[in-house]
Design a protein around this ligand. Sequence first.
Ligand code: NDP
Length: 340
Amino acid sequence: PRVLLTGGSGFIATHVLETLLARGHSVVTTVRSPQKGQAILQAHPELQKDRLDYAIVEDISQANAFDKAVVSEPPFDAVIHTASPYHFNAKDAKELLDPAIIGTTGILNSVKKYAPSVKRVVVTSSFAAINNIYAAGKGKIYSEADWCPITEEQANENPGNAYRASKTFAERAAWNFMETETPSFDLTVINPPLVLGPIAHRLASLSALNTSNQRIRDLITGAAKDRCPPTGNHGYVDVRDLGLAHVLAIEKPEAGGKRIFTVSSHFSNKEIAEIIGEEFPEFRDRLPSGEGLAPGDYPADGVYGFDNSRSRQVLGIKYRNLKESIVDAVNSLLAVEPAL
Ligand code: NDP
């Protein structure tokens, strides 16, 4: 099968790309610049252009941004849409909402209009589109049945809400498109919580590190020594398991029409700090301890639970444990900056 993967320069997309190639798919990936595209090709000098190539899509928040990229010879069988901004630096919610929503409806529209061979589109949504941040967490078991109830007004309250809203509204727009436009392809949505694990994309320095791994960087550099950052949502998934989940989502017919909540287990930033201290003794004196560690612990009144049975049953995912994710993530960061 031939697959179009959007946002191939990203943290998660790089693992999706590696998994696609390892499982024999041929891939075209969209990136924002020729430099980013060339870097991806250079990582695979053994592959010819018919196995791996790139297309430039500079800004997914422009209408019709994907019209050209969805056309290929031979034509695509599937599309995996991961590109979407994930950061908390937005000055205005629109910076996140537009690329998320217009990017998602845009690719669905372009596929419908110009890529009739596509049978399955997979969209990377998030636990952010499931989690009800306004409800008490204790005792709740989250599953694909849940939706984040955030409103347009709340999206503008702070950068965290802007991100949650971007993922929630984009996913809603995707399901709405399927209902109103009845395209010939079907849709699978993947909903990961915090994604941890080794980076495989090419970074010049750790200042460019993706958002979800920044807490690991801040622990090993000593930036969090006085105060372990609060954990936020207490669910994680390893990026390699998530990469495989995206690829299985195009390979398994029964994944069609479903949201799939890909969560491994609970974690806290305190546990991450403890794993680093045990496995990398050279960083022990940079890690928070005693009272400084407490803010990274689970909330005293308990945490919500997760139901990942659909991901195990439909996709057959077996999840890595936290220690493996953290050890491999730290080693991958040290490969970028050995002097740390
Ligand atoms: P990255 O920041 O590493 O990747 C984001 C990708 O989106 C990059 O390739 C980026 O391109 C591209 N992108 C962002 N804005 C635009 C735009 N306007 N036009 C074109 N491309 C754009 O983040 P992740 O890999 O972590 O995230 C990938 C997906 O996974 C996102 O949809 C995110 O919401 C979702 N997700 C991530 C989680 C996590 O914990 N990491 C958790 C749940 C969901 P460039 O690098 O060139 O800017």
